[in-house]
Design a binder for this molecule. Structure first.
Ligand SMILES: Nc1nc2c(c(=O)[nH]1)N[C@H]1C(S)=C(S)[C@@H](COP(=O)(O)OP(=O)(O)OC[C@H]3O[C@@H](n4cnc5c(N)ncnc54)[C@H](O)[C@@H]3O)O[C@H]1N2
Ligand code: MOO
Length: 643
């Protein structure tokens, strides 16, 4: 049979997200089935019906103490001055905690209050109150009592109550089966060998874990090729067996994006395109009685779309409410632009500095998985808003506990590999502290300290006049603020070159002469200032440098770029060259220092940070990277306004 020709569709009438969701629900025929499971294996399950106790707990009158069981009435006359004696078996019986209290006894006296006269005789000096120290039948649970209503989600403590009352099987809502179909000719499994243009399939596994967490039953289908007939067969089969089907990628307008046509052919499409950034090319439709959701390929878009559309369906089947994240009012550290007519979902870092929560955006690209990994929260800009100005306040949904955010040290400035080591070492010493670092370059680091948005900034700014590092910049920008410059380390800066140095680059003149592609850093980065100085001293202009206008934000991204291009050269630190297997020619010994407010430097957190920096363990770890000289017990330099 000839494969049907599917034309590239230029598509997408963006629909508001909530409208798309409501419309989806009008088509959703939630099948709620009941299954019986062992109570001992029911954690997190949702009760389909109320559950009643099968037996009482305790199911006999049990002694609550080690002691003697007595008939209360016979002890009423006991008194310090008139002790009474009781005879074993006839008038009392020894019992331990949990033992049955045999009839006709109706009270227990603790053993500490009993005077044992002989093997058979005891003496007591205080009367016993009827039923004292006895756990009567049903004290905890009464047979036939309702333990939990329908809809209750089983927790560990609940399993105890179920088992204690011999309620060993319970009716729960059957988990909705969600079939996940990853599609794409370029996809390979993470253990396969991989070549350029191929991509590792990981979305499917992430989906499966989210669905599991939300109470669904994920079924991950093997990768399906971008072929209409394969996609069609897989979708039809999945629609028969699953409650919900999620098909990944092929959702937008590419030449192989068939999904929407196939769903339309086999069933119905209600939505193609929601008014969100990212996440726009979502498809929602139906084949037979099963909702099919096409989620975009880019990971961030995909996971958000899954939460917007798949989680509500699972919750509907389970009849539980959707989880809501805690919200927090934050001050925005940067201007954030929104898209008119669409909701923007912006992953944010949040720091707690000088008693205020300051939030900064993480990369917005939908392919940057780490923006979700690192997110402390999500800023949702409504479709009617153009965004926020720097310094404005906004409400953020929290992705991490507030306590964790509050205890982290906000580190802004230039990136250095030792900061990651420092962060992990801090965590090893005190598991409640962590370093939250964002890499914006040295100058932006100084500005963040100035604006009170960071605790520590890592800076390496060369003064082209004096050839000295950092101090003159702080005097220029931070004269009105009490700060401490902590000499941290010296690191080797040099040319990053493809292995073997194919263009034989030795200096900045060679870059121009040999028409090498220079991989530049962003304005304000210390490395950029160094490069500009080298250019100026050689009498060269930036126009002569191929690639000068394109900016990278870290040493590692410069190194990665150089690795992929035989004509490239970059300026960066030795460890980046080592990490990427590049050649390295030293140019300068750079001073990388830590700038802090004096208040932070003198705080407990500041002291802890310095202790970790000066620890033997940290020195050893840094020596392991190579190319660094850590400062041993340096003298901190106090700068800025004095009191
Ligand atoms: N002309 C247009 N092109 C694109 C548009 C548009 O509106 N017009 N939208 C862009 C947006 S926004 C998104 S999002 C993507 C969605 O693309 P698809 O859903 O068609 O997905 P693919 O192109 O197949 O893949 C994109 C990208 O996603 C990653 N991916 C895909 N599958 C997986 C997987 N199973 N595991 C991990 N990662 C996966 C991968 O990086 C792919 O390169 O379209 C834009 N284009
Ligand atoms: O909308 Mo796409 O989902 O931005 O990446």
């Amino acid at each position: 049979m000839m494969a049907k020709e599917y034309k590239r569709k230029v598509y997408l009438q963006d629909k508001p997200r909530l409208e798309a969701k409501q419309q989806m629900f009008t088509h959703f025929n939630s099948k709620r089935e009941i299954e019986w499971v062992d109570s001992s294996d029911s954690l997190g399950r949702v009760l389909a019906k109320p559950v009643f106790a099968n037996s009482s707990m305790p199911h006999y009158h049990a002694s609550a103490m080690d002691g003697v069981a007595v008939i209360a009435e016979e002890t009423f006359s006991a008194h310090e001055h008139r002790p009474i004696q009781l005879k074993k078996d006839l008038e009392f019986a020894y019992v331990d905690t949990g033992n049955e209290v045999p009839s006709p006894f109706d009270a227990v006296i603790m053993i500490e209050q009993v005077n044992e006269i002989s093997e058979d005789i005891i003496e007591i000096i205080e009367p016993a109150v009827p039923w004292q120290h006895i756990r009567p039948i049903g004290e905890d649970i009464v047979q036939e009592e309702m333990l939990f209503p329908q809809g209750h989600i089983i927790r560990p403590v609940d399993i105890g109550a179920l088992l204690a009352s011999r309620t060993v099987r319970i009716p729960v809502v059957k988990k909705p089966v969600v079939t996940i179909i990853p599609t794409g000719n370029e996809l390979v499994s993470p253990t396969d060998t991989i070549s350029t243009g191929q991509l590792i399939e990981f979305n499917g596994t992430v989906f499966a874990n989210y669905i599991h967490e939300w109470g669904g039953e994920p079924q991950l289908h093997p990768i399906v090729k971008d072929e209409p007939s394969s996609i069609k067969t897989t979708l039809l089969e999945a629609a028969k067996h699953a409650d919900i089907v999620v098909i990944n990628a092929g959702s937008s307008a590419g030449s192989k994006d068939y999904t929407v046509h196939i769903i339309a052919e086999l069933g119905e499409v209600f939505t193609h395109g929601v008014a969100t950034r990212p996440g726009k090319p979502v498809i929602i439709g139906k084949i037979e009685d099963t909702i099919i959701i096409g989620v975009p390929g880019y990971p961030v878009s995909a996971y958000l779309a899954l939460e917007w559309f798949v989680r509500p369906l699972i919750c509907e089947v389970l009849q539980v409410s959707e989880p809501v994240r805690q919200k927090l009012q934050v001050k925005l550290g940067r201007r954030i632009v929104g898209t008119m007519g669409a909701e923007d979902f912006i992953r944010m870092n949040i720091g707690y500095v000088n008693g205020e929560y300051i939030a900064n955006p993480l990369p917005r690209a939908a392919g940057v998985t780490m923006s979700l990994v690192r997110a402390d929260g999500m800023l949702v800009i409504p479709p009617t808003s153009l965004g926020y100005e720097q310094g404005e306040y906004a409400e953020i949904e929290l992705y991490k506990p507030l306590e964790a955010i509050k205890e982290s040290i906000v580190f802004i400035g230039s990136h250095d590999l030792t900061i990651d080591l420092l962060s992990s070492q801090m965590k090893a010493v005190n598991r409640n502290t962590s370093i939250m670092s964002s890499h914006v370059g040295s100058l932006a680091g100084i500005m963040a300290i100035k604006k009170g948005e960071a605790h520590v900034a890592g800076i390496h700014l060369l003064d082209p006049e004096t050839h000295e590092y950092n101090e003159s910049y702080i005097e220029r920008f931070l004269a009105d603020k009490e700060v401490v410059l902590y000499p941290f380390l010296k690191r080797k800066q040099g040319w990053l070159l493809p292995k073997g140095n194919p263009l034989d680059i030795q200096n900045v003149e060679d870059i121009v002469e040999k028409q090498a592609h220079f991989v530049n850093r962003q304005k304000g980065a210390g490395t950029r200032i160094l490069f500009d100085m080298l250019l100026r001293e050689a009498g060269l202009s930036t126009e002569e440098i191929i690639g000068y206008g394109r900016e990278m934000f870290s040493h590692l991204s410069v190194a990665a770029e150089v690795k992929g291009n035989q004509h490239a050269v970059g300026l960066g630190i030795y460890p980046a060259a080592k990490a990427m297997g590049l050649d390295f020619i030293p140019v300068a010994d750079e001073h990388y220092d830590l700038l802090m407010t004096r208040a932070f430097f003198e705080s407990q957190q500041g002291k802890d940070l310095i202790n970790v920096i000066q620890s033997e363990a940290f020195f050893e770890k840094v020596a392991g990277i190579g190319g660094y000289l850590l400062e041993k017990n340096p003298n901190p330099i106090y700068l800025g306004m004095r009191e």
